[in-house]
Design a protein around this ligand. Structure first.
Ligand code: HEM
Length: 360
């Protein structure tokens, strides 16, 4: 066919491989009778989620590639942020998408639920690779579940193709976003200096001192307004400071990544820190949007099957509610507890390094 002839024209259907795609909603081979309207809705909804998981995995891996280097090119930080922002938006869309699933009445679901057998979203390998790319560790999962063990078993039983298994192994061998983020934070210049443990320790000790001083004013304020007595308030404030100390100085040694993180969060006004700060915010936003996605799924499931066991054999809603406790970026969340209002902090040293001359 000559180029430009009507026969070679790219069409909508060609470009999207639409005919192939639209043939895939009738259930597995031999599914008899053909899916009802309700069952097709169930299949379409799952497939739509899986397509979005595919896109999220791609965005995460692109962001990871850009961050998995000795020195992250500053010009790439906005690009990394845009990959992660897209993931958050997809999760927000997916969190809302459960509403469509809720148009399925529980009785109409029960009518075909047996056809699912033991299949379950629990076996979504794309959700598992997504969690692995973010950095959710087996020890953090309920029952210490290792998705690789589960999927290797499926693979050995011929239930998962070689390609999928190879893809899972490849992703399992990549560093996670949480790991590369930690390395990047370690290199953050603190008070204008990178990688100097003495400077980091001084900064952290100075921060703890500000927390103590600020803590004293909080104690007197709380007592004054009648929110407890000195005896009840002081231990709470002190335990917050001790928590900060063991977070920033684990085993008495400064943690470079946590010091870097604290610096970025404390001195948000420094122009040079504005993109690093955006990146941190975007990661927190991504994790928050994922938690909301999980939470909306759990509520939809509760509405659909109450307290029944899941088809995957878990306790159902109780299991899903436990997954809401998952946090990958634990340091990013934890640092929030120890921030001190800006006026109570000393001005950063070497402000000119950050493109800002603070008034000292
Ligand atoms: C009637 C609709 C649905 C019900 C009743 C339902 C129920 C459940 C239950 C009970 C679990 C826990 C595991 C188990 O024991 O099976 C689960 C897990 C899961 N479901 Fe659903 N689900 C529904 C729709 C969906 C849809 C449309 C998706 C989209 C892909 C989905 C994705 C998942 C995923 C990814 C998990 C694993 C969660 C994790 O382990 O963190 N579910 N579902």
């Amino acid at each position: 066919m000559s180029e430009g002839s009507p026969g070679s024209r790219m069409t909508y259907g060609n470009y999207l491989q639409l005919e192939e795609l639209l043939k895939l909603q009738s259930g597995p081979e031999g599914h008899n009778p053909a899916p009802s309207n309700h069952e097709m809705h169930f299949i379409v909804t799952h497939q739509a989620f899986e397509l979005w998981f595919k896109q999220i995995n791609r965005e995460l891996e692109d962001a990871l590639d850009l961050m998995n280097v000795e020195e992250v090119d500053e010009k790439q930080i906005p690009v990394i942020v845009s990959h992660l922002e897209r993931c958050s938006e997809i999760f927000r869309l997916l969190a809302a998408q459960w509403k469509v699933m809720e148009t399925l009445a529980p009785q109409d679901f029960l009518a075909f639920r047996d056809r699912l057998g033991t299949s379950s979203g629990f076996e979504s390998w794309q959700l598992r690779t997504l969690e692995m790319l973010l950095g959710l560790e087996s020890e953090q999962r309920i029952g210490g579940m290792d998705p690789m063990v589960h999927n290797r078993k499926l693979h050995s039983e011929g239930k998962l193709s070689d390609e999928v298994m190879a893809e899972m192994v490849r992703i399992d061998n990549l560093p996670s976003l949480n790991e590369v983020l930690g390395k990047w934070l370690e290199r953050t210049p603190v008070n204008g200096v990178s990688g100097d443990l003495g400077v980091l320790t001084d900064f952290v000790n100075g921060h703890l001192k500000s927390m103590e001083e600020h803590g004293e004013s909080v104690i007197s304020h709380m007592v004054k307004i009648g929110h407890g007595t000195e005896e009840t308030v002081r231990p709470r404030i002190q335990s917050g400071i001790e928590g900060a100390r063991s977070f920033l100085l684990p085993e008495g040694q400064v943690s470079a990544s946590r010091a870097g993180l604290l610096f970025i969060e404390s001195y948000r006004e420094l122009p040079l820190l504005s993109w690093p700060r955006r990146l941190i915010d975007t990661v927190v936003d991504l994790e928050e949007s994922m938690i909301l996605f999980r939470s909306h799924h759990a509520r939809m499931v509760e509405r659909m099957i109450g307290r029944r066991m899941g088809t995957g054999g878990s306790s159902g809603v109780d299991y899903l509610d436990m997954t809401l406790k998952y946090r990958v970026f634990t340091d990013l969340w934890a640092v929030r507890t120890m921030l001190v209002k800006r006026e109570a902090l000393p001005n950063p040293k070497n402000p000119e390094f950050y493109g800002y001359a603070a008034e000292n």
